[in-house]
Design a protein around this ligand. Structure first.
Ligand code: SF4
Ligand code: SF4
Length: 405
């Protein structure tokens, strides 16, 4: 492949050379941070899984000192893009707040260059995701109609025909899955109970482009973003409320790169619900007492800084007690599903990482794990089932719905 064709890596060279190779991201251990990199911790522990290792690899590729190979492709795709290394590194531009070593951008750039130059080395599951996106505008190999099944007989407004101030954006992962899509229905019912004037896009809901960008198809993701901005701006809504942490982070942060700017503000549902609760538009009553551990999805927590809102919702639920794990909020250890890892190599490494999240919740005495992202839920659910049903996993929407009068 050679250095001259590492075109995406060239664009992020400043992050690579900002890394001091100090190793804080490799082995920082404090009370709240048992370890930094979930991938390094759940594998043989080689440095190349950490941020420093990836930065050294990136530099070697740029300078032509390291030859690309299939083994290297596997390393580059073994990263959840959780951002814990960036948090623990703590090197930021004091004026802009921008990370000086943006590992996520370095990894995405390496993935993009490998995908373009050596598609034969990439896990075939990624090609299926990209092929399905081009065919159905959905990464999960399902036709567009699959995304509106959850809304059958609900008589919801279609945003294209009946504009509303709020667009409820479900996201492909939740909308397409039989197991996860009941959350979409519950979210719509919660909005209805609070008399929120909202609409959905049903089968016309586009994929936000997050999965495609994380696995390195930056060109496809860019096309999707530009198209989607035009669609969202044309709807006339003021707010887009997403149910997926990945969609929220993509729409709020990555869409800043688009030529046309996104006009509606973007909120994850955990940012939207607290106001409805404070204004008593949602009447919440006690069902059963439950000790829960809230798992901060990386996209929502570290990437968007949303920590207090989900806890405020849980605090407002009568009977629900939140128990924090030692590594929480910005120090949370990723569940393993991010960065396309749930897809990579059949998700086995993602699930192994998820088992440590399950264990950490059990160790603090939680009776349930709660999260706010379908990727986390899917992976934690699989991890909790293996070897046996250890702890139930809920989306926060489940608990709010259960508590409604
Ligand atoms: S990424 Fe940050 S913490 Fe890790 S080696 Fe580089 S400078 Fe140090
Ligand atoms: S983003 Fe997460 S998984 Fe990737 S190198 Fe950093 S800590 Fe490890």
């Amino acid at each position: 492949m050679g250095r001259k064709v590492m075109k995406e890596l060239e664009k992020v060279r400043r992050y690579i050379y900002n890394c001091r190779k100090c190793g804080v991201c490799v082995s920082k251990v404090t009370g709240g941070v048992p370890y930094v990199c979930p991938v390094k911790e759940s594998t043989a522990g080689f440095d190349h899984f950490s941020s420093r290792g990836k930065t050294i690899i990136a530099q070697g590729l740029l300078e032509g000192e390291i030859e690309p190979s299939q083994e290297l492709a596997e390393v580059i795709f073994s990263c959840t893009l959780c951002g814990n290394c960036m948090t623990q590194c703590g090197s930021i531009n004091q004026d802009t707040g921008e990370a000086l070593v943006d590992t996520n951008k370095i990894v995405e750039a390496m993935r993009a260059d490998f995908l373009e130059n050596h598609p034969e080395w990439i896990d075939p599951a990624y090609e299926s995701v990209l092929h399905s996106t081009r065919q159905y505008n959905n990464p999960w190999g399902l036709p567009r109609t699959a995304k509106e099944k959850w809304a059958k007989k609900m008589k919801l407004k279609n945003a294209r025909k009946e504009p509303a101030p709020v667009l409820l954006f479900i996201g492909c992962t939740m909308a397409s899955s039989q197991e996860l899509s009941p959350r979409a229905r519950k979210a719509a019912e919660i909005m209805g109970k609070a008399s929120v004037d909202f609409a959905i896009l049903g089968k016309d809901e586009p994929c936000c482009g997050s999965v495609q960008k994380r696995i390195g198809d930056l060109e496809l993701a860019s096309e999707m973003m530009e198209e989607n901005v035009n669609l969202f701006n044309s709807l006339g809504c003021e707010t887009i409320v997403t149910l997926c942490a990945g969609c929220a982070n993509m729409l709020k942060n990555d869409y800043r790169e688009t030529k046309e700017k996104l006009k509606p503000r973007v909120l994850h549902i955990v940012e939207f619900l607290p106001k409805l609760i404070t204004e008593e538009k949602l009447q919440l009553v006690s069902k059963n007492s439950l000790k829960v551990s809230y798992h901060d999805p990386c996209h929502l927590g570290r990437h968007m800084g949303v920590y207090d809102e989900p806890r405020a919702i849980l605090d407002a639920l009568p009977g629900v007690d939140v128990i924090e794990r030692p590594a929480t909020k910005e120090n949370t250890i990723c569940c393993g599903a991010g960065g396309g890892m749930r897809i990579f190599a059949s998700g086995s490494l993602a699930e192994k990482i998820g088992q440590t999240t399950v264990q950490s919740a059990i160790e603090v005495g939680a009776e349930a794990l709660v999260t706010a992202c379908p990727f986390c839920e899917m992976n934690l659910e699989a991890a909790a089932r293996n070897p046996k049903n250890q702890i139930p996993v809920y989306d926060i929407i489940d608990l709010v719905y259960e508590a409604l009068k």
